[in-house]
Each structure stands twice: as C-alpha cells, then as structure tokens.
Design a binder for this molecule. Structure first.
Ligand SMILES: [Zn+2]
Length: 119
C-alpha cells in the first residue's frame, strides 16, 4: 500500500470538494461587500459552517469520509475494515479511496457490530 500516493489522492479530492463548497457559498451569498480584515477573521469560523451548508449533502458526506480516511491513514488503520476488522480489498480501496469497509460489510453481507454511526 503506497500510503503517500493514497494521501495525495485524498488531499486532492478534499481540495476539490472544498473548492466546490466555497464556490457554492460565494454564489449563494452574491453580495461581495469587502469586509475589514478584523471582521473577516471573526467570521471565519461561521463562514466555514456556511460553506459546508452551501454544498450538497452528498458532497458534504464525501468530504467527511475523505477526512476520516485521512485520519485512518495517519493512524495506520486505513486498510482495516471498520465493520469486521479485516482487511479491505486493495482493488476496493483503489475504486473508493475513502471507504472504511470491506466489500462484504459494505454490501451488508456480514452483520456489523452494533455501532451504527450514520453521518
Ligand atoms: Zn468488513
């Protein structure tokens, strides 16, 4: 598993999603009053929430999954299935780089332990 390559892919995907979010947010607002730097800093946190609110829920869900995948990567658990604890198939990770479940768990073929964490 070339984790550097995977991380690059995930980071790039995250940038795309964030970019899309901020585009959507700018469009949603479309009044471009130049704010003072101080004020702009104060609202940064709130703006972040607005940005995430402006993208589709599917893009937001993907962004969260990408973030989670990056965390798992950093913790060395990237290839570990969150459902059964086994290894996720490499070809599955290649197709869906942010997945946290092996194919069997993703398809519901195996019962997952009772911690249903829905986004
Ligand atoms: Zn599994």
């Amino acid at each position: 598993m070339e984790t550097d390559v995977v991380r690059e892919r995930l980071l790039k995907r995250r940038e795309e999603l964030r970019q899309r979010a901020s585009d959507a947010s700018a469009e949603a607002r479309h009044e471009a009053d130049p704010l003072s730097a101080d004020f702009a800093e104060q609202v940064t946190q709130r703006e972040n929430d607005d940005v995430l609110g402006a993208i589709s829920s599917s893009a937001r869900a993907e962004l969260q999954q990408v973030d989670a995948a990056l965390r798992r990567l950093a913790q060395g658990r990237y290839t570990t299935c969150s459902g059964c604890g086994g290894d996720i198939e490499p070809e599955r990770l290649a197709a869906v780089p942010y997945t946290d479940k092996c194919r069997a768990c993703a398809e519901g073929a195996r019962p997952t332990p009772g911690r249903g964490r829905l986004g």
